[in-house]
Write a protein that binds this ligand. Structure first.
Ligand code: PRP
Length: 219
């Protein structure tokens, strides 16, 4: 049985949309139910839905052989696994954003609110800009509005949340898409079943899934 941990929410929805185009994996997941586990005995596969930040944990320890999760989560994670495919979906970006400035020049920022402390620290370290990182778990856009921070490092998809809260993008940090990852031991021991699943997904990814085998994430 191949065990696949899928990030709940947008990633699960996009993955399921892709799977609906496959011959073998359609109709296994029902995202309208409250179920967390979806088994196909026939295809010898089980999907389970987990909180995005928990996907690298499940895959890292082998409770899942494969994970489907956003690159943002992988960049923030310390777990190690092989990143085996770019699914080219759930496209968004990580940005530095803050209140709109009339001058058009990015203000000096000292306090940064984010749910991505690792990505934010690396970004400002590279620029040799000393900042204080304030870790939050959600509603990041609120932080500069109420004076908790000068700016935010956050994920942006449509840009609506920034706009509706009077914030603008100061700088792009990186582009993000959903990725397929594999447990290192599973990648050896269950290579055939992982390859069959990965190949079926790759076939329905626009332009084909980009495979990046043996790329170690996190660390
Ligand atoms: C994310 C992110 C932004 C929003 C961006 O939050 O932190 O708030 O989505 O999307 P948009 O550019 O399409 O408006 P999420 O929905 O994950 O909720 P959260 O605030 O609880 O983290």
């Amino acid at each position: 049985m191949l065990k696949i941990a899928v990030a709940k929410g947008r990633v699960a929805e996009k993955l399921n949309a892709l799977l609906m185009d496959t011959r073998d994996y359609k109709d296994i997941m029902d995202l309208n139910s409250r179920k967390l586990v979806f088994v196909s005995e026939e295809k010898e596969i089980v999907f389970f839905l987990v909180k995005p930040s928990d996907v690298p944990v499940y895959v890292g320890c082998g409770a899942a052989d494969v994970g489907i999760v956003g690159k943002d989560v992988l960049m923030e994670s310390k777990s190690s696994a092989y990143e085996i495919m770019d699914l080219k979906t759930c496209k968004c970006r990580i940005v530095l954003a803050g209140p709109s400035e009339k001058s058009g020049v990015r203000p000096i920022v000292r306090k940064i609110a984010t749910k991505y402390p690792r990505i934010a620290s690396e970004y400002f370290n590279k620029k040799s800009e000393p900042v204080e990182i304030i870790k939050l778990d959600g509603s990041i856009e609120l932080a500069p509005i109420v004076g908790l921070s000068d700016a935010i490092v956050d994920i942006v998809e449509s840009g609506n949340t920034l706009r509706e809260n009077g914030l603008i993008v100061y700088e792009n940090i990186c582009d993000i898409t959903a990725r397929m990852i594999a447990n290192k031991v599973s990648y050896k021991m269950k290579n055939k079943s992982i390859s069959i699943f990965a190949s079926a997904v790759s076939d329905v990814v626009e332009g084909g899934g980009t495979c990046a085998q043996n790329v170690v994430m996190g660390g």
